[in-house]
Write a protein that binds this ligand. Sequence first.
Ligand code: GLC
Length: 474
Amino acid sequence: MKILHIASEALPFAASGGLADVVGALPAALKKASPEDDVRVILPLYGTTSSAWREKLTFLFHRTVSLNWRNQYCGVFTATVHGVVFYLLDNEYYFKRPTLYGEFDDGERFAFFCRAAVAILPDLGFFPDVLHAHDWQAALSVLYLKRKYADADGYRNVKTVFTIHNVQYQGKYGYELMNDVFDLLPSDFELVEYDGCLNLMKGAILAADKVTTVSPRYAEELLEPQYAFGLDPILRMCAGKLTGILNGIDRELYSPSKSPELPASFHVNRMAGKTVCKRELQEQLGLPTEAETPLIAMVTRLVDAKGLDLLTLAAEPLLEEDVQLVVLGKGDFYYEEFFRRLAERHSDKCRAVLRFDQVLAKRIYAGADIFLMPSRTEPCGLAQMICSRFGTVPVVHETGGLRDSIRDAGCEGGGNGFTFAAYNAWDMLYAVRNALDLYRDADAWRKLVRRVMLTDFSWDVSAKKYLELYQSLL
Ligand code: GLC
């Protein structure tokens, strides 16, 4: 089988969130599960791609790609990572920018990307059996394939899968972009028009042969108005082709025994290194180096969806306990200010590091005892899986992928974390206090940490589910 992923980010080339983890790891996992398959990925080549990775790229060819009246340069570079061929599409006007998204012309930038990704298939000599597009930035690739190229040689039999990583970001634009920028025809209007604007995600949901999302629970939630940011009627209409497949994590990338960023390595049977990681983390952050005090951590974008409003109510009572609290992330000014002030008031036990810092993130995953993830909604969530790998016990709100991956320690047969069902600050505090109670029983805690670390969050199972899904289309 030939599979082509189209996405706006993937590790190791470009990352702003969990999408990059998934597109960086899933193709290699597919290859591992089915070595005879040919799995490739198309990404933009951003100005932010590190020079170390740029040097590993080979230039293949360049051509022009048209988008209505525009004729734009498109260079094609390639590199092979873990047996997966990546193509990176170069156009400095569109992609040499300081950040991946949030530019005034994102609609045009990703329309160009999608058009180029579909247009170059003959040049690559690669027509996939399945084109798998991720999130709104890749949505137009499904539409171009189905509406512009469906009758062209080579394209006729290509099937499409569209994955929703987060329904909150849909790619909504004004009608005036329809022809001029997106180069769609009046006959495509019905497909992309929604609720007074153009909605690229909606178009891809309707046009794709299968739609997936990143956890089974989120697939159910997407049918309900309180979760779907307006797309629930469309998703209910397409429920027959919608499935949820839980993400995994890259076990090599997030390995407590193979992470050079950590001051000490450890392993489920050799846990002394975790104590060192905790002490060094406390030292680095200027917190008292108390081995016994439970260290609670959050690594998160500071936005509403991550459940931070619960913290604005629960942080003070939480800090009355004998705990340390560390928050890493940046985002909305309101929450940045809240955590900055909280840390000022509790300088002996709380730190807020308001930036995106992957090295510190890993040190926190490894050095903390408890990881708090109270997301209001969470399509899948990766941090709860990453912290588990490093023996840090997650406390999560039972939503989306958090509900599918973490079971409460109090439930029958034992769990791999602590959970709360109602989205409510006191229920969250109750779950954290359950964790703190167990923490005080060193033996029980050690057993829980072991179970947490041994939970299988690898891609193996999910890769097989994707392969079955692809197969069902052929
Ligand atoms: C998005 C979602 C997150 C998910 C990730 C990868 O970032 O918000 O829950 O884990 O995509 O699928």
